[in-house]
Write a protein that binds this ligand. Structure first.
Ligand SMILES: [Zn+2]
Length: 401
């Protein structure tokens, strides 16, 4: 077992001083350092510097690693032009990121403090790197396909990828299912995938109401998506509507990503089904989408967390950058209490949605920890400063290693 006695320990309820944490794969004890020296002997001592902080590892529940090579290949500013650019440049962007590139991206994410990722995998090109990653990975095999004639082929390919990922299951790699979105997956396929997720107790994720174009298409088969579906998929009408989609998901709590265009009826259904909302403020800004109404989802007591989305719609996979952006974009929220919620609450809720025993420093939780050297004084605006200032992350532990 290991012992660490930093200047500060960040727990959900307090910032502890003169305390130690004893851990192996899990957090075994949190106690005053004086008591720890009496109670425990022969522990491996982790050295720390002055003004060091031990905090929980961060969770990024929504990322697309296969698109990590993108810098300026895709068109930003508005959703449909971006989507056309993804289709046009897909082979080039994906082709430029081999396993080595995905390993580097995983490393970059870990060093920025993320110990758990929800990786949406479209083609399983990231399976090898994710199954060997040092961070925890919930590997969401993505199902896509709106045409009924292609349903069996696409479902077969999805099952093949899911089965391959199941063979890699470990204490840090968890196979899971993603349904791309209500507009791009036929309800027959969605139903099959949801049944599978329920039967096998796999985490489930879906993009939901990301753009105004999506909302219009699902509501009335009109708007910017009309031409897109006619030209590319020879289709005139949406395969599903947003309420029908939520009805299929009603008995399986799901991570719904974006939700920028939800209304009261959607939120009531999301609450009733115990879904979780993943908010990606940088991605939403870059693709010209609406900002999530956090006050409204807090009023309904719907849990939410932040995610970076992929480098297909972000310049960074650093969760602190995402928190900082959220802090500035949601300008009406109280600064310090919102900063605290971003650091503490969203990680606890994110772990719960992913079905993992992580996201906070508590006895019995997995020892997913960050040792951070602070370059500012800890005071009543601690969480704001933790988000604002550049982090010197000295060590990262995943399952105590
Ligand atoms: Zn996404």
């Amino acid at each position: 077992m290991k012992i660490i006695s930093p200047t500060y320990i960040l727990t959900p309820n307090a910032i502890l001083e003169s305390h130690s944490i004893v851990f192996d794969q899990k957090i075994v004890d949190i106690l005053p350092t004086n008591d720890a020296l009496q109670k425990y002997t022969n522990l491996e001592v982790i050295e720390t510097k002055d003004n060091s902080l031990l905090m929980h590892g961060l969770i990024n529940p929504h990322i697309h690693l296969e698109f990590s090579a993108n810098k300026s290949s895709l068109k930003y500013g508005s959703f449909l032009p971006w989507l056309y650019s993804v289709i046009e440049k897909r082979d080039e962007v994906i082709g430029n990121c081999d396993t080595n590139c995905i390993e580097k991206t995983l490393d970059e994410s870990l060093k920025s403090g993320t110990t758990t990722l929800g990786a949406i995998s479209s083609y399983a090109l990231d399976l090898e790197a994710c199954s060997k990653a040092k961070s925890k990975v919930v590997f969401f095999n993505e199902l896509i396909g709106s045409q009924a004639v292609m349903a069996d082929t696409l479902y077969g390919d999805f099952i093949k990828r899911l089965d391959e990922s199941k063979r890699c299951k470990s204490d840090s790699f968890f196979p899971a299912i993603a349904i791309h979105s209500p507009y791009s997956v036929h309800p027959i396929l969605t139903k099959r995938a949801v049944s599978l997720a329920k039967e096998q107790n796999l985490a489930l994720s879906a993009h939901f109401l990301e753009s105004s174009a999506e909302k219009e298409w699902l509501q009335s088969s009109s708007g910017e998506f009309k031409k897109f579906f006619k030209d590319l998929l020879k289709s005139d009408t949406a395969v599903s509507d947003s309420i029908e989609f939520l009805d299929i998901l009603k008995d399986k709590p799901t991570l719904l990503t974006h939700c920028g265009f939800v209304d009261e009826e959607h939120l009531n259904l999301i609450k009733k089904s115990s879904h979780h909302i993943v908010h990606c403020p940088i991605s939403n800004r870059l693709l010209g989408n609406s900002l999530l109404d956090i006050d409204q989802i807090e009023k309904k007591e719907i849990p939410f967390s932040l995610g970076t989305d992929g480098k297909s719609s972000n310049y960074s996979l650093d969760m602190f950058e995402e928190y900082k952006t959220a802090l500035f974009m949601h300008k009406d929220k109280d600064l310090e209490s919102f900063a605290k919620d971003l650091i503490i609450k969203t990680n606890i809720d994110s772990a719960k949605a992913l079905g993992l025993n992580t996201g906070s420093i508590d006895i019995g939780k997995d020892a997913d920890l960050l040792l951070v050297n602070l370059d500012f004084e800890v005071n009543e605006d601690f969480f704001t400063h933790l988000i604002l200032h550049k982090k010197d992350i000295e060590m990262v532990f995943v399952n105590g290693e």
